[in-house]
Ligand binder design. Structure first.
Ligand code: HEM
Ligand code: HEM
Length: 271
């Protein structure tokens, strides 16, 4: 290190400490600020390359040495190699925590994806929540309705009260209807954020979505044709009664597979 370099570095440290500034922003001699984009930052997620970088409000921070980021994921939730600006609201601390890390570059989103028409791009720029949030929001309804349907069928078996059987019927009907927005938003987020990449998780999700809707359609047909199909279990059960019951109970594992594979896409657990 030459004399001028040492002088520059000590001056930078002295002046920033003295003025109470965060000296992260002062580059050391010979260092250049790197420019990252969404795609070039992605690999710094603590996995193949061990570096852990996070973007926050246009700056890239190096969290490689931090114990709290050493797996590449902070608090089991926040994945590095991404822009986490929108996620700070979920944290119990404020952005001052980032001052513990050094700034190593700047961050900007990738230039406009040419697949996205301008009118849609304008809407997404004005309302960034529409980029990723509609699918996770809309999937709660089919998940809850389908699982609720299995649950109420079981409650009916134990307590025998007809209203529990009706609830189970209403729930899978509502579940069937609510898969429509889930499917549209799922296809949209797959197109927008995953460029229709055909991963195993997507394939399983699509297959199991078709299966769960087929299951619910068959149930609807059976129940509309014979309203006492399940309630006859306590009096004169037929083979169709048991088929109906099995199909209702199947709704839970089928939707679980869809949800699990969705979670694997959004928050991968693989090392
Ligand atoms: C579920 C949300 C989150 C939880 C529960 C959480 C929790 C914590 C806790 C308990 C600490 C240690 C605080 C201390 O030492 O006093 C911490 C540190 C930190 N958090 Fe978070 N956090 C969350 C989200 C975030 C997000 C979204 C960011 C980035 C934008 C972030 C950046 C940091 C940084 C940079 C540190 C300091 C790391 C270090 O000292 O090595 N956190 N967080
Ligand atoms: C065939 C239609 C579907 C496609 C193409 C699809 C696609 C996707 C994609 C790409 C993701 C990742 C989203 C992200 O990273 O932000 C995802 C997540 C998810 N999907 Fe789907 N999906 C479909 C149907 C469904 C249905 C019907 C359900 C519920 C019954 C569902 C439940 C979930 C869940 C729980 C997640 C995790 C959400 C999160 O925590 O961010 N998906 N899906």
């Amino acid at each position: 290190m030459c004399v001028i370099e040492r002088f520059y570095n000590s001056l930078a440290r002295y002046s920033t400490q003295d003025l109470g500034y965060n000296n992260n922003y002062i580059k050391k001699w010979g260092e250049s600020v790197k420019e990252f984009t969404e795609s070039s930052l992605k690999k710094f997620n603590g996995k193949d390359d061990k570096s852990v970088y996070i973007a926050y409000k246009g700056k890239v921070y190096d969290a490689t040495g931090s114990k709290l980021w050493k797996t590449g994921t902070h608090m089991n939730t926040h994945i590095s190699g991404r822009d986490l600006t929108a996620e700070i609201s979920a944290a119990p601390h404020n952005e001052s925590m980032l001052e513990r890390l050094s700034v190593i570059g700047t961050y900007r989103e990738d230039p406009q994806d040419e697949r996205v028409p301008t009118w849609l791009n304008n809407i997404l720029e004005a309302h960034p929540t529409l980029k990723r949030h509609p699918h996770p929001i809309s999937v709660h309804l089919p998940l809850a309705f389908m699982m609720g349907s299995s649950l109420f069928a079981l409650i009916f078996l134990f307590f025998g009260h007809k209203s529990f059987e009706s609830t189970s019927f209403y729930l899978f009907t509502a579940g069937l209807i609510s898969t429509i927005p889930a499917i549209f938003t799922g296809l949209f987020t797959w197109w927008l954020n995953y460029k229709l990449s055909p991963s195993i998780h997507i394939k399983l999700k699509i297959i199991f979505t078709i299966l769960v809707d087929l299951d619910a359609l068959i149930l609807l047909y059976m129940r509309l044709n014979n309203p006492s199909i399940l309630s006859s279990i306590h009096t004169t059960p037929h083979t169709s009664t048991y088929i109906y019951l099995i199909l209702i109970l199947l709704l839970t594992p089928l939707t679980t597979v869809i949800g699990y594979n969705g979670g694997e896409l959004a928050f991968p657990t693989k090392k």
